[in-house]
Ligand binder design. Structure first.
Ligand code: NOJ
Length: 559
């Protein structure tokens, strides 16, 4: 079927009122690693525009772009110095507009990342704050406090940065004396805003309007659980087993404070001023599905990432439980569940699902990590996991490169690593560079077609020639072909808007369910299982006659 630009326009035009985000498959673009049109080794917005046809052919409904706004790149763009401009390494606002128009012409919606919890230390407000006196309105936009101890030489409390080390940095006052301390949940170049300050709130409502006026379809909201801190900033010692973004424990004084919901209600109203269906998606790491569901009440965010699903181990009972819980809890507040297996903060699922030892999700893995994953098993499981995920009702997030079956790059040389986590822990935690390596587009080209020059901000493994887009695109057995087939069937059969019904009889190690006209069966057990009669629509790997082998998922046309 040929999809014309007219079809695309008609599809987008018919969508207002349809709440497209309830069922959308949203593809995450990590701009610095997607495609590099300028050839400087860092991906850019013209690189995205150049590959929009590939995304249309893949069959995604929307793209989410990780930050491309002006930034010193101390945390790969999650340190924003100007929220209303494009960083020159990614292009210009005109490049953004061209990319947005090109996506919309193809029926692809565009969500941009917004980072409200903290700015870059180069943001004009923070620079003004450094020059201003303690207690001034300039200092009140970020979180400055006096230190403890006789001369204020100790930090105001014991909080530890998510990236390692303390959460406070002391400044030198204008007269040269050691002065106040400022709070940074992440790197010291990422000072937190004070969200109890109306000036901060007004500024961000305006930033929302800046991008909405340009035509974006929504926002992925960074650290949505962190904006408000508990009154008095009480001491807190985190659980060493906590998740990467720290949100796995209850009662953390800087995560999930009730005041945050007020902010999302304000933002919801701003989006509602605009036509079409614009959406907010929360990056919120919270202890339970039920708590996360509170973020998507009808007057707050539209979606939240389902990190509980991402963190579920490769185990049929655990998967059934998290799917059931997600559908129930999100359903109870009238929101769709989302599903996600990979992103730029966690070990790629083609490696993670084959880790033989427990490993913190966001800390990354390197050559010395225990339980090195078997790549064959990892890819097999990843394909099976994706085939299960895309059969579920609701909205799914894909991370660039998973459609090529890319594994985590474990053996990056130490001197290539760039994640602040690596530096702030003195190399104790590898960080997230291994899931951020630039994509291979063409096997037989410099930097595997990432650009024309061969430059690449992180080195690409030589095995990636075999995983390049051009090698996979016409191979019916490739991971890319599987993704395309799954997405085409999902769209044609309306699975995103469907309902799930469990199917029994396959044993404890199998997840089997019916969603409308599709019966999905995922075999996580060691032994193969009998398949029912029926047309096989898609399989994540070779079938063994009429049996479903281990770590394989199949979609069968339901009778
Ligand atoms: C979550 C983002 O996904 C991550 O990449 C970033 O480092 C932190 N938030 C801080 O912005």
């Amino acid at each position: 079927m040929t999809f014309t630009q007219e079809d695309a326009r008609a599809e987008l035009a018919s969508a207002p009122g349809s709440e497209w985000w309830r069922t959308a498959v949203i593809y995450q673009i990590y701009p610095r690693s997607f495609a590099d049109a300028s050839g400087d080794g860092l991906g850019d917005l013209p690189g995205v525009t150049a590959h929009l046809d590939d995304l249309r052919e893949l069959g995604v409904d929307a793209i989410w772009l990780s930050p491309f706004q002006t930034s010193p790149q101390k945390d790969a763009g999650y340190d924003v110095a100007d929220y209303r401009d494009v960083d020159p390494i990614f292009g210009t606002l005109a490049d953004f507009d061209a990319m947005l128009a090109g996506a919309h012409e193809r029926g692809i919606r565009v969500i941009v990342d917004l980072v409200p919890n903290h700015s870059s230390d180069q943001h004009v407000w923070f620079q003004q704050a450094l020059k201003a006196a303690p207690g001034s309105p300039e200092r009140a936009r970020h979180i400055f406090r006096e230190g403890k101890g006789e001369n204020g030489e100790l930090p105001p409390n014991n909080w530890e940065s998510v990236f390692g080390g303390g959460m406070w940095k002391r400044v030198t006052e204008a007269d040269g004396t050691p002065g106040q301390w400022y709070l940074h949940i992440f790197d010291e170049t990422q000072p937190d805003f004070d969200w109890t300050n109306e000036e901060v709130r007004a500024e961000f409502r305006d930033v929302l309007r800046f991008w909405l006026d340009r035509g974006v379809d929504g926002f992925r909201v960074d650290v949505a659980h962190g904006l408000i801190k508990a009154e008095g900033l009480p001491d807190y010692t985190p659980d060493p087993e906590g998740g990467s973004m720290g949100g796995d424990a209850d009662a953390v004084p800087y995560w999930g404070q009730p005041g945050v919901h007020e902010v999302w209600r304000e933002w919801h109203e701003v989006l509602a001023e605009y036509d079409g269906d614009r959406a907010l998606c929360a990056e919120a790491w919270l202890p339970t599905v039920a708590e996360t569901a509170l973020w998507v009440r009808p007057d707050e965010m539209h979606q939240a990432f389902n990190f509980h699903y991402l963190e579920t181990k490769w185990d049929a009972a655990a998967l059934r439980a998290v799917i059931e819980e997600s559908l129930a809890e999100y359903g109870a507040v009238g929101a769709p569940s989302t599903w996600v297996l990979s992103n730029h903060d966690v070990v790629r699922h083609a490696s993670r699902l084959a880790l033989t030892a427990e490993n913190p999700q966001g800390a990354g893995i390197g050559p010395k990590s225990p339980g090195q994953p078997d790549p064959v098993k990892g890819l097999r499981r990843a394909r099976a996991a994706t085939a299960l995920m895309l059969a579920l009702p609701g909205s799914s997030y894909l991370y660039q490169g998973e459609e090529l079956g890319l594994p985590e790059v474990i053996d990056l040389p130490d001197d290539a690593r760039q994640d602040p986590t690596w530096f702030r822990t003195n190399g104790e935690r590898y960080g997230r560079d291994g899931c951020r390596v630039p994509l291979p587009w063409t096997a037989d080209a410099p930097a595997y077609g990432f650009n024309d020059t061969g430059a690449s901000w992180l080195p690409q493994p030589t095995e990636w020639a075999g995983l390049a887009h051009d090698v996979q695109v016409d191979d019916p057995a490739s991971t890319l072909s599987m993704y395309r087939a799954l997405l085409a069937e999902r769209r044609a059969r309306g699975l995103g808007a469907g309902a799930l019904e469990w199917v029994d009889g396959y044993g404890d190690d199998v997840v089997a369910a019916r969603n409308g006209s599709v019966l999905v069966i995922a075999n996580l057990g060691a032994a193969s299982v009998d398949l029912p009669a029926g047309e096989v629509l898609v399989a994540s790997g070779p079938l063994d006659g009429d049996r479903l082998p281990t770590d394989t998922t199949v979609w069968i046309a339901a009778a």
